[in-house]
Design a binder for this molecule. Structure first.
Ligand code: ASP
Ligand code: MG
Length: 421
């Protein structure tokens, strides 16, 4: 945004800045964030803040509810969880006032977030941020509670874990902001989880496509849903640290000067891993049309999010189908299959592998460079790691391996693709 300020023309921007739980964990952190916002305001930028619940507050609230009931009512649960963000926004405003910055707090509902009625995992239907716009127009910093809204049934809703990222991106889109900055406790997006690979490097830029594949295969931040929303609406994203305040990782549509950078960019950008999945195998199903349809329709209807699927070559007219799914959905999936589905497809369920590991490499460069899969498989083989399942997209290769070997696999693959710093 370019606006005239007196005789000189200065470049000021409308920024949506989201601060995660650790960034606002205590009064000192709140003060530090408020000082940062005060500096942005002095520079002339307009800022809308989105804030998460302080520290581990969301976990604490969930834990408290679990002490009362194992089957909480969805409506009451969302009223409870969203209290965490509500507490944070009011304290944040007080911290801003101390810095001489005018600020008003807004719940998700006040900020105009209309959602569906799917408690604990509500989807945003539309945003009518007229109060936020009014606040900005008056020079008052709006501080919005993350991860919440009001449903079509007029109940308070929670957007789910990590939902504050989605709030920030969606708001940035609704306000037509210049940039959405996700401030967190890591300094950007890394070529691997630095806790697993100390020599992982921070990326200056990453494309939406690559970041989406990374978040889908185990990169915990930013929340996958927020990356999807940002990608769909072309919201420029900046993932950065609220501790060092150094520039983080810019998420872009495509690399500038792609031709040139293709030569400089590593073919593989990142190695990700996930140990939150399980594997189920159905054996002895007839090799005929409709079997997979029946099997996976029943799982879909039960809300089970299947990941990788492998079907064997048929022998004797029957075949086996293996698939991975989130471990938290395992019991639900087994119940669904045992409840008539297996008999309908005359299959047998073998004992689940309740914790499998997955290691993935992501990079748009693999589209035009042969040998990426071979290098990955050889690296695993050289380190005596057996591959159980393989799946690929145009810019990703994933291998299911023993969960115990995942960290080791990530380290070796990271080195093999020259990503160590
Ligand atoms: N406080 C919520 C959580 O911990 C929402 C968020 O931080 O995005 O998941
Ligand atoms: Mg959080």
């Amino acid at each position: 945004m370019r606006r005239g300020r007196g005789a000189t023309v200065v470049c000021v921007a409308l920024l949506v800045q989201k601060f995660g739980g650790t960034s606002v964990a205590d009064p000192d952190r709140m003060r530090t964030v408020a000082e940062h916002v005060a500096r942005c305001r002095k520079r002339g930028d307009d800022v809308a803040l989105v804030v998460s619940a302080m520290g581990k507050e969301t976990d604490d609230l969930l834990h408290m509810a679990s002490k009362i009931t194992s089957e909480p009512d969805g409506r009451e649960m969302d009223m409870l969880i969203t209290a965490g963000e509500r507490k944070a926004i009011s304290l944040m405003c007080m911290a801003l006032h101390q810095q001489g910055v005018e600020a008003h707090s807004y719940t998700g509902s006040q900020a105009g977030f209309l959602t569906d009625a799917n408690h604990q995992n509500a989807k945003i239907l539309e945003i009518n941020p007229y109060r936020i716009k009014e606040s900005l127009a008056q020079g008052i910093v709006p501080v919005i509670a993350g991860a919440q809204g009001v449903s079509t049934e007029k109940n308070v809703t929670f957007l789910g874990r990590g939902g504050s990222d989605t709030t920030a991106v969606a708001l940035a889109h609704a306000l037509d902001a210049d940039l959405c900055e996700l401030f967190t406790d890591v300094s950007g997006v890394f070529s691997a989880d630095p806790r697993i690979v100390p020599r992982a490097g921070k990326m200056e830029t990453i494309t939406f496509d690559e970041l989406l594949e990374m978040t889908a295969t185990g990169c915990p931040k930013p929340a996958m849903r927020s990356v999807e929303v940002a990608h769909n609406h072309r919201v420029p994203l900046h993932v950065r640290s609220a501790f060092t305040w150094e520039p983080g990782t810019l998420v872009v549509e495509r690399y500038e000067n792609e031709e040139e950078s293709a030569m400089e960019q590593p073919i593989i950008r990142a190695v990700t891993s996930d140990v939150s999945e399980s594997k189920l195998t159905v054996v002895g199903v007839p090799d005929q049309p409709g079997v997979s349809g029946t099997l996976f329709r029943s799982l879909a209807d039960a809300g089970v999010n299947v990941d990788m699927i492998v079907q064997n070559v048929a022998a004797d007219g029957t075949t086996d189908i293996s698939f991975t799914l989130p471990t938290e959905d395992l019991v639900k999936a087994q119940e669904t299959l045992n409840n008539g589905v297996l008999s309908a497809i005359s299959g047998t369920l073998v004992a689940p592998e309740s914790s499998v590991g997955k290691v993935s490499v992501v990079g748009a460069g693999m589209k035009s460079n042969p040998g990426v899969a071979a290098t990955m498989f050889e690296t695993l083989a050289d380190n005596n790691i057996n591959i159980d399942m393989i799946s690929t997209s145009a810019i990703r290769i994933s291998c299911v391996i023993d969960a115990d070997k995942v960290d080791e696999a990530v380290q070796h693959v990271h080195t093999a693709f020259g990503l160590d710093r």
